[in-house]
Design a protein around this ligand. Structure first.
Ligand code: DC
Length: 228
């Protein structure tokens, strides 16, 4: 059977990774979380004092060759998790501290060059679901199925707020909403590979859509393409 490539882009906290994981699981494909890669580079920069007071990344470019990123399967959860220089950092990269600086790091040309090359190498094998901001436009422009996800900022913030509380982080809803709005702005207005809907992507606004309905719609599209 034909193995297709699926690109899922959209605003932060629209549930891209949930949908991507469900699809990968249902189709027996590999899921690649490109945002985790930008988050891991941000964590590296923070841990090595490479982010200045104005959140500018100082000296990160020269240190990029030191960064090794991979994904490893966690047998307990069946999920693939990100490994930074041999250390599983899946939990650390989801903190609000990383979230609040990742957009600045993701706007840097040399960072994007390095990560896009890695993502293309991972994605070009087919049988892959990759989510991010520029997957359908830049990383895998030839993807067979492209989805662009949106939802209102308030709904996205309340979803992310619940997730962070569940993980035991002490944050306010207002701080999370501020972060969602700020990342929307930075991700959409950066010079290199800004967040854009690819002309051939299907737009999915899930403000009022349940996970099951969303999955069934996209899964049906994928099945049609696979059967072609
Ligand atoms: O999907 P996420 O929230 O984990 O992504 C974290 C940040 O990384 C997001 O604010 C923008 C950036 N990003 C990007 O620029 N390009 C991608 N393909 C994926 C994420």
């Amino acid at each position: 059977m034909r193995k297709i490539t699926i690109a899922i882009d959209g605003y932060s906290s629209t549930g891209k990774s949930t949908l991507a994981r469900q699809l990968a699981h249902a189709l027996g494909y590999v899921y690649i979380d490109s945002g985790a890669m930008y988050r891991a580079v941000t964590l590296f920069a923070q841990e090595h004092g490479l982010i200045g007071e104005q959140a500018e990344a100082a000296g990160l470019e020269a240190r990029l060759p030191e960064i090794d990123l991979r994904f490893e399967l966690n047998p307990a959860t069946g999920r693939s998790e990100i490994v930074l220089n041999g250390r599983n950092v899946e939990k650390q990269i989801r903190s609000l501290e990383v979230s609040s600086q990742v957009s600045q790091v993701a706007a840097l040309g040399p960072v994007r060059e390095k990560l896009v090359a890695l993502q293309r190498a991972m994605g070009n094998q087919g049988g892959v679901v990759m989510d991010g901001r520029d997957i359908g436009t830049v990383v895998l422009p030839g993807a067979d199925l492209k989805i662009f996800m949106t939802a209102s900022p308030e709904i996205r913030a309340s979803r992310r707020y619940k997730e962070l509380l569940d993980r035991g982080e002490k944050v306010s809803y207002e701080a999370v909403l501020h972060n969602v709005r700020e990342r929307d702005y930075l991700d959409s207005n950066r010079e290199i590979s800004p967040l854009r809907k690819a002309p051939d992507a299907i737009e999915l606004d899930n403000s009022d859509m349940g996970l099951k309905e969303q999955f069934e719609r996209v899964h049906a599209h994928a099945e049609r393409l696979i059967a072609k």
